[in-house]
Design a protein around this ligand. Structure first.
Ligand SMILES: C[S@@+](CC[C@H](N)C(=O)[O-])C[C@H]1O[C@@H](n2cnc3c(N)ncnc32)[C@H](O)[C@@H]1O
Length: 252
């Protein structure tokens, strides 16, 4: 059965949420640095799986294009987000508007970015097999997932009642070990501004929808109040939540 994916029902939630955190800028800088430090060749094939509206892809490609010829492919099953991507840039991208799990194979790539997409993948093992097949010698893939001990993960688990589930990060680690795929894991800290929850501004509503995976008008008033209290209990004095992500760097 297909995962309940809030991005297909509420694509703008992603764009609104991105503005409340510095995690995307950190990711952009890290990917650019990694590619610059590892590739001396001029032509680079870049694949972004679950590229959304290009908020991460576009700055990476614009920066790298200053020194390299980049062939970019973006896979995304939300038509709305892909249209936004097209409107956000002039860079040439090969768009694949499909469910990545339904693709027979992925384009051969020097760098594959898979950031916050795995929670929506049903068959992790065959997805990973497909990714590995798309990586020729000397290529890199980066998988980004929430760290199981991160404050935002704890909040989501409490809200969505996911406590008993094995963390995705652990599952990925086990699968990569089982397949004898070499990787390095890095834990990256970033911040999320949750101060909008104090007066329930538009940002506050975005946070409730983001954490609850539901539109705000579908959430009972009392639940919203409890969620506000829960999220704010994790915030520091500046109204920021410190969060952590696990970066799995796979080198072939
Ligand atoms: C949380 S967003 C992450 C966007 C971006 N990668 C980032 O890190 O900022 C997940 C994106 O993956 C897309 N997505 C999820 N499952 C997918 C699938 N099976 N096939 C294609 N796109 C998918 C969603 O529509 C959404 O745009």
């Amino acid at each position: 059965m297909r995962n309940n994916n809030m991005y297909s029902e509420n694509p703008s939630i992603f764009q609104k949420f991105v503005l409340l955190t510095n995690q995307k800028q950190i990711l952009i800088d890290k990917v650019v640095r990694k590619i610059r430090n590892n590739y001396s060749k001029r032509n680079i094939k870049f694949l972004d799986i679950g590229c959304a509206d290009g908020a991460v892809t576009i700055p990476i490609i614009e920066e790298l294009s200053k020194s390299n010829n980049i062939t970019t492919t973006g896979i995304e099953y939300s038509k709305t987000l892909l249209n936004d991507f097209k409107n956000n840039t002039d860079i040439k991208v090969n768009f694949i508007n499909k469910d990545v799990e339904l693709l027979e194979e992925l384009p051969l790539s020097d760098f594959v970015l898979i950031s916050h997409v795995l929670p929506y993948i049903n068959d992790l093992e065959s997805f990973l097999d497909k990714v590995i097949k798309a990586l020729p010698k000397n290529s890199i893939a980066l998988i980004v997932v929430s760290n199981p001990l991160s404050n935002d993960t704890k909040i989501k688990n409490q809200m969505l009642d996911k406590k008993t589930k094995e963390p995705l990060s652990t599952k990925i680690q086990e699968l990569l070990n089982k397949k004898k795929i070499l990787f390095e894991k890095e834990v990256i800290e970033s911040t999320m501004d949750v101060s909008g929850l104090h007066n329930m501004s538009e940002d506050g509503k975005t946070l409730i929808e983001f954490f609850n995976h539901k539109k705000i008008d579908k959430i009972p008033y009392n639940d919203i109040q409890n969620m506000r209290k829960l999220i704010l209990s994790y915030a520091n004095q500046e109204g920021h939540l410190i969060k952590k992500e696990d970066y799995f760097w796979i080198s072939i």
